[in-house]
Design a protein around this ligand. Structure first.
Ligand SMILES: [Ca+2]
Ligand SMILES: [Ca+2]
Ligand SMILES: [Ca+2]
Length: 529
């Protein structure tokens, strides 16, 4: 709030009993500016007189929230407008130009269903939460809605599609990376009406590419470059906030790889220039992103302190795509960390990263406060050999799955579960069994259970499989084959879509080089334990 004093021909004169106040007001008689009037409020004389005048303009530029009027030749301060609606869920302020109070909600209704999401740190609907929407990215979820099979916890009882399971569709996979000589998946998310996927597409150079497609696999926006720079740009994950997509990726337009961010509307149109997230020596790579209901949080691998000193950094970005504060280190400096993944819990975020352990690469978990400044102690959840990983918040815990790699990929997908206070609820265990090699995994949380998709082989190519698992990581439904291909299918990404469809984007080299494809799973109503 700024103000300036009237400096025209009718400058207030200082004399009489109001001299002291006038002098303070004007910074001395004849001064062209002075201290802020607001400072005087509590100690004004009983009659409120602050100076001699012939009109209101002699008493300074009007702030209608703390007006000073000329009354009978004296400047008289009226009481300040007090704005307080008694509602802790609004930010109260007075608008200087009108003198009217404004009460702005501190939480938002991103999905427009009439229910704002809670403040991060509060469970939806809990006292002080200022919002009862359990999923403010979907207008189909709010307290009182009817539960249907759609990948959403419609009735906000904490369980998605209560009792249902997801099974592979029989429809053939659809090529997303049209026109690329080879491609690698960034991420998949469901927007307002269609799925969207990002992938790195190799043409004359690598390009970060965006496409949309319907739940049944019809391409609605052909592969379109997100970045237009004459150098290699790779890709990264994307999230849907309820109104826009947020994307993070790495590119080397500034010689070494840096992290960039942008927002796209549902039609894939950029909403602002690319936001440079990092400005550091050496490489910043492999971003992960979440939308916490108010802001984006991006984490990535960073070698700014030296090529052999891998760090995880994080950055908050506001809903309008502006940096909040600066890059913050999230991993111990001696850990040689890499490959971060992030999940939003109820009162905090859960971060996992791969790091150097005493006997090989291991997987560590830690919590992060919403502002990324309070870091939980790292907890090792996966012992030596841990490789790529995924994390999701489900019900009351973070569920973590990963594959292993020593001389060759391990035979199974491994998993663990951790409470928000870092207590290991389920120690490292096999989540899949029976294969010779298993690689790459993704999980979607349903509150009391999860959908797991992974790749395995016993003989022949790697094929994607799926099954439902409990939050204790036990098997709830037997594995089913998702992809039937003459070649390897790897690196699945998952996203709930509408009407009981789960979109699965993945990489497959059935044409000789890796390309990005999409298939889907369908919701089957029933009584999954
Ligand atoms: Ca809402
Ligand atoms: Ca439910
Ligand atoms: Ca549902």
């Amino acid at each position: 709030m700024t103000r300036s004093l009237h400096v025209g021909p009718h400058r207030p004169r200082c004399n009489g009993v109001a001299l002291v106040w006038c002098a303070l007001l004007l910074g001395g008689c004849g001064a062209r500016s002075g201290p802020k009037l607001r400072d005087f409020g509590p100690s004004l004389p009983a009659d409120g007189a602050v100076g001699e005048c012939t009109g209101d303009l002699d008493c300074g530029v009007l702030d209608l929230c703390a007006p000073i009027h000329c009354v009978a030749g004296a400047c008289v301060a009226s009481p300040k407008v007090v704005c307080n609606d008694g509602n802790p869920c609004t930010e109260d302020s007075c608008v200087e130009t009108t003198g009217q109070c404004a009460f702005l909600p501190i939480t938002h209704d991103e999905d427009g269903d009439g229910h704002p999401g809670p403040i991060l740190g509060f469970a939806p609907g809990s006292p002080g939460s200022c919002g009862d929407d359990c999923d403010d990215t979907s207008p189909l979820a709010y307290p009182g809605a009817k539960e249907v099979c759609d990948g959403v916890d419609n009735d906000c009882n904490g369980i998605v599609d209560d009792g249902a399971r997801y099974e592979p569709s029989s429809s053939p996979a659809v090529l997303l990376s049209t026109g690329a000589s080879q491609a690698g998946l960034g991420g998949i998310a469901f927007g307002r009406t269609d799925f969207a996927a990002t992938f790195a597409s190799d043409g004359t150079s690598w390009a970060n590419t965006f496409t949309t497609f319907t739940p049944t696999g019809t391409i609605t926006l052909p592969a379109t470059a997100v970045t237009h720079v004459n150098t290699d740009t790779f890709t990264g994950p994307l999230v849907w906030t309820g109104s826009v997509f947020g994307l993070a990726w790495e590119d080397r337009r500034n010689s070494d790889f840096e992290i960039y961010f942008n927002r796209l509307d549902a039609m894939g149109r950029k909403l602002s220039p690319d936001l440079r997230v990092t400005n550091a020596p050496r490489f910043s790579l492999r971003p992960a992103i979440v939308w916490d209901g108010l802001d984006y949080v991006v984490v990535w691998s960073d070698t700014r302190d030296g090529d052999s000193s891998g760090l995880i950094f994080g950055q908050r970005i506001d809903s309008e795509g502006h940096l909040i504060g600066q890059n913050l280190p999230l991993s111990p400096s001696d850990a040689d960390a890499d490959g971060p993944r992030l999940a939003k819990g109820v009162t905090e975020l859960g971060l996992i990263f791969n790091r150097k352990g005493p006997s090989g690469r291991e997987l560590a978990f830690r919590t992060l406060s919403a502002d990324l400044t309070k870091l939980g102690d790292p907890v090792v959840v996966g012992a030596a050999g841990a490789n790529s990983s995924d994390i999701a918040w489900s019900g009351d815990r973070y569920v973590i799955v990963w594959d292993t790699l020593t001389a060759s990929p391990g035979p199974s997908i491994r998993g663990a579960a951790v409470a928000p206070d870092g207590t290991v609820l389920v120690a490292e265990r096999d989540v899949t069994s029976g294969a010779a090699y298993s690689r790459s995994e993704a999980i979607l949380p349903l509150g009391n259970r999860l959908l797991l998709v992974w790749s395995e082989t016993t003989k022949g190519p790697y094929a994607l499989h799926s099954k439902m698992i409990g939050t204790d990581l036990g098997e709830l439904t037997p594995p089913l084959v998702v992809t039937v291909s003459p070649s390897d299918s790897l690196n699945p990404g998952l996203s709930f879509g509408p009407t009981g469809v789960v979109g699965v984007a993945f990489e497959d080299r059935r044409t000789g080089t890796f390309q990005v494809y999409a298939t889907h799973l369908d919701c089957v109503a029933g009584n999954t334990p």
